[in-house]
Design a protein. Structure first.
Lengths: 670, 229
């Protein structure tokens, strides 16, 4: 009846996952209870859960990302603590549990923390910057989000029901084959990633189509803001790379479920093919994570330097260069596999060359700041912090690209330090810069600066204290994924790293406090004009938060940095452009399709993991019926009347007129 | 989207594409020159939908290329078991190919009938497509069943694993396509030639023809080259 699922699946004898699971359960019950008591369900259901508005979907993506980042961070704290105390001692985590923790840490951080956050930022910002009203396929967008959430849910369920993979975050075969991983851990991994991966792929298709086919009149390719360009690069990579992951995970699934021999040691299977295939996805994936962050830094540095982005066209070229070359370097993840000197040399050179594109970007950001009137706000601090620390990660990457050096350093903590240096100082700092930069656009009030700055300084300090010693330990020969350590001379460094984690915890606490404080003091942090940072691209032309239709009429784009041009014109003429002729707008209706499909997919995944075949059939049928019901609807759009649009826009114009008046006063007195 | 979105695509007015640098946004537009680089705003829904579906199909091709790569690597790893030449029947594959290509032809006919807004002909064309696709699937499942009965199942060797995964993935696509086809026929019947239904039909057409392209690859790489192994 319930396949392999029995009461033994719950780890009664392991207090840590039970306590953690119980705590998470309590928090979830608490939140659900609060929502029920306060009667927020109708609001949540109509305004958020079933929303197909790209802004709402984007915000939900970011929220999911933030929560999962915290979950992944807890795993990191556990690992650092274990290694600090398990020097010639067993520590407090058994090897089985420790292996699950580091596997879950990687999966959480990459797939359910960083990815949703980055996808959320792109979802929220790209249509606004393009001057359009939504993405190409709004309902599909909602489906994508809920599928990602479903994958995250499955991964978290593994905490208390069964176990998670003990194979590392990309489940190398043959370790992940049933012969060596007979439990359900790898199955959780496979189905969670498969479901979330489909969501990511759909979101990539959606955003590529949006950027290439839906832009405001006059928004030529070379007028798109840098964030849109980097989003285009990232989403092209998603469309081209995620199918490889789908295929690879399917092969491993067939091996595990139906006794196929893709990656086994027997019957002609080839485990090395798994490395090759998974990294053919995996290396583009790291550029999927970093490119949008590059876009955030470009926007932030240009805005807070009060200058156009230096070398815009070279930036576009560098972005596209990275997008293409990202597919030509994957073999550097397994130089030691024995592909031979010539192959290794070719991929080593390609890997070094990709740094040229990044170098171009670094110099462009520096020259953007040069001679500018720089405002060191929180987003700008994250960006400058990125410039300084990310250089180190980039250069250690070039070092690892040299095959002979890689033979010495591979599988060591040096490598771990390198990729954390690029992902934390790059993607995560970019995510936080983007969060503080676009938060007022999403919610109508700014985040508190003081707490934001405290969070930045603590995070970057903690980051350096954790990962600089890690480089040293790697050079000293400490390998990765050690449950206990037998070399006592590494202990001081491990303790220093644990202290660094403490500082990072303080940084995270400051960020949580920042959000709480900002919500409580939202009236004094309110953004009335819709342009709190003196921005340059079209998202700042809308009120904060933007209305469902974004723009009353699609803006006419007459040059790069279109909103900056509009503002200068208004200042010059001391008046806004004449009021446009408002027309009614058709917007897509909300749809529960996304959440219902994800509901059935979660059950499908769970049933597949535990071999509950009737539930698989039933859930798939449910998902299919949901799609048919969706396809059958007759009213897909609703109309927003011209009067309503005019009313919203007139309020915005009032605010802008006040701003213009104050602005001219300030200019006059200066 | 806005009313402007549904207007027909207009040929862009040319401007110097090599003009570099930032244009002064305050400068008056030169006489008769279109704004921007000749872009007229968002494309129509028809264009956007078909374009997006093409992007999806390209990603699907990449997924197949993963399975093709797997087959290319493992195709020779028979592990002492049967080899391609021992298993494949040229006649069956020829009939399968003919069925699938014919189904694409009828799918095209259905699309022509749709253009002419002829309900019965559209339904007949789609029905023929579905029947041909179904016949293809029956032959494929039969082939699999016979091979498994001979002891040449997917667990026998890496070559057979790769074979079943690649050909089966294509077969699964055909199966899902049939499900979609049935749903489409019902939608056209009940809702008529509505704009959104037409867009979906166009996507189905693209999908069905894409399966042909994949099959040409399967036919060549698996069967044609396999007969010599």
């Amino acid at each position: 009846m319930l396949g392999k699922l029995t009461w033994d699946a719950i780890p009664w004898d392991e207090p840590i996952p039970l306590a953690a699971g119980g705590l998470v359960g309590l928090v979830i019950m608490g939140v659900l209870g609060l929502v029920t008591v306060k009667g927020w369900w109708p609001y949540l259901w109509h305004e958020w859960i079933t929303s197909v508005d790209h802004k709402r979907v984007g915000v939900m993506y970011c929220l999911l990302g933030l929560v999962m980042l915290v979950r992944g961070f807890v795993d990191a704290i556990m690992m650092r603590t274990q290694q600090a105390i398990a020097v010639n001692a067993p520590g407090y985590l058994t090897p089985e549990h420790y292996d699950q923790v580091f596997s879950a840490h990687g999966v959480m951080m990459i797939f359910f923390g960083a990815m949703p956050f980055i996808v959320g930022l792109m979802n929220f910002v790209v249509p606004l910057q393009l001057g359009v009203r939504d993405v190409a396929f709004p309902t599909l967008n909602s489906v994508s989000f809920w599928l990602t959430a479903s994958g995250a849910l499955l991964t978290n369920v593994s905490l208390v029901v069964g176990e998670f993979a003990r194979t590392g975050w990309i489940a190398y075969a043959p370790l992940s084959e049933p012969a060596y991983s007979p439990g359900v851990g790898v199955d959780y991994y496979l189905w969670a990633l498969q479901i979330a991966g489909v969501g990511t792929l759909m979101s990539g298709v959606n955003l590529v189509t949006t950027i290439l086919k839906m832009r405001a009149p006059g928004m030529g390719y070379l007028r798109m803001p840098m964030f849109v360009w980097t989003s285009l690069g990232a989403n092209l990579l998603i469309v081209a790379a995620f199918p490889i992951l789908t295929a690879t995970l399917t092969m491993l699934t067939l091996d595990r479920y139906l006794g196929f021999h893709f990656f086994t040691n027997e019957a002609g299977g080839n485990p090395m093919m798994f490395m090759s295939l998974v990294w053919a996805w995996g290396h583009p994936e790291v550029y999927i994570l970093i490119l949008p962050a590059f876009g955030v830094f470009s926007e932030v540095i240009s805005t807070f330097s009060g200058k156009p982005l230096f070398g815009y066209r070279s930036m576009v070229l560098a972005t596209m260069f990275i997008t293409v070359v990202a597919f030509m370097v994957w073999l550097h993840h397994f130089f030691t596999m024995g592909a031979g000197g010539d192959v290794n040399a070719a991929f080593g050179i390609a890997t070094s060359i990709i740094a040229v594109g990044t170098g171009v970007k670094i110099y462009n950001w520096l020259f953007t700041m040069y001679g500018g009137r720089i405002r060191y706000t929180t987003p700008m601090l994250w960006s400058v912090g990125f410039l300084v620390t990310w250089i180190i990660g980039g250069m250690t990457g070039v070092l690892l690209a040299v095959p002979p050096a890689d033979f010495v350093l591979h599988n060591s903590l040096f490598l771990v330090a390198h990729f954390h240096n690029t992902v934390i100082a790059g993607t995560l700092f970019g995510a936080f810069a983007g969060l503080t930069y676009w938060f007022p656009k999403a919610f109508g009030f700014r985040l508190h600066e003081g707490w934001g700055k405290a969070a930045f300084w603590l995070s970057i300090t903690g980051f350096l204290i954790v990962f600089m010693p890690m480089y040293v330990l790697g050079l000293a020969g400490m390998t990765r994924r050690l449950q206990h350590i037998t070399e006592p001379s590494w202990r001081p460094m491990l303790l220093v790293m644990l202290g660094g984690v403490g500082v990072m915890i303080a940084g995270v606490a400051c960020q949580v406090t920042q959000i709480v404080v900002s919500i409580r003091r939202r009236e004094e942090l309110r953004d009335w004009t819709g342009d709190p940072w003196d921005g340059r691209s079209l998202e700042w032309a809308t009120p904060s938060p933007p209305p469902a239709f974004n723009f009353p009429v699609l803006p006419d784009v007459e040059g790069e940095e279109v909103y900056w041009g509009m503002k200068q014109k208004a200042i010059q003429h001391q008046e806004l452009v004449p009021e446009p002729d408002y027309k009614a707008v058709e917007m897509p209706r909300n749809s529960p399709t996304g959440v219902v499909v994800a509901f059935f997919c979660s059950f499908t995944g769970f049933a597949l993991i535990w071999h509950i075949w009737w539930m698989v059939a039933l859930s798939l049928l449910g998902a299919y019926i949901t799609f048919v019901v969706f396809a059958w609807r007759d009213h897909v759009e609703y109309e927003i009347s011209a009067e309503e649009i005019a009313a919203v826009d007139r309020r915005r114009r009032e605010a802008r007129k006040r701003w213009l008046f104050e602005h001219s006063e300030a200019e006059g007195s200066a | 989207m806005s009313a402007a979105a549904d207007q027909p695509y207009q040929a862009p007015a040319r401007r110097d594409p090599y003009q570099l640098g930032r244009r002064d946004p305050h400068a008056k537009r030169q006489g008769g020159e279109a704004t921007g680089h000749g872009e007229g705003g968002p494309a129509s829904k028809r264009i956007v939908t078909a374009y997006g579906f093409w992007i999806f199909l390209l990603s699907d091709f990449i997924m197949f290329s993963g399975f093709f790569a797997g087959y290319a690597v493992l195709g020779g790893a028979a592990a002492g078991g049967p080899r391609p030449a021992d298993l494949f029947e040229p006649t069956r594959v020829a009939v399968e190919t003919a069925l699938l290509l014919l189904s694409s032809f009828t799918c095209g006919l259905a699309s022509v009938a749709t253009q002419a807004r002829k309900m019965v002909l559209t339904q007949l064309g789609l029905l023929a497509t579905g029947l041909l696709g179904f016949a293809f699937l029956v032959l494929e499942v039969q082939e699999f069943a016979m091979m498994i009965a001979e002891g040449a199942g997917p667990s026998r060797s890496a070559f057979l694993s790769a074979f079943y995964a690649l050909v089966g993935c294509h077969g699964l696509h055909v199966g899902v396509g049939l499900l979609w086809l049935g749903t489409m026929m019902a939608q056209v019947w009940v809702k008529g030639f509505r704009d959104d239904i037409l867009r979906r039909l166009a996507c189905f057409n693209l999908f069905w023809h894409a399966l042909d392209i994949i099959w040409v690859g399967v036919f060549t790489v698996v069967y044609l080259l396999g007969m010599g192994r």
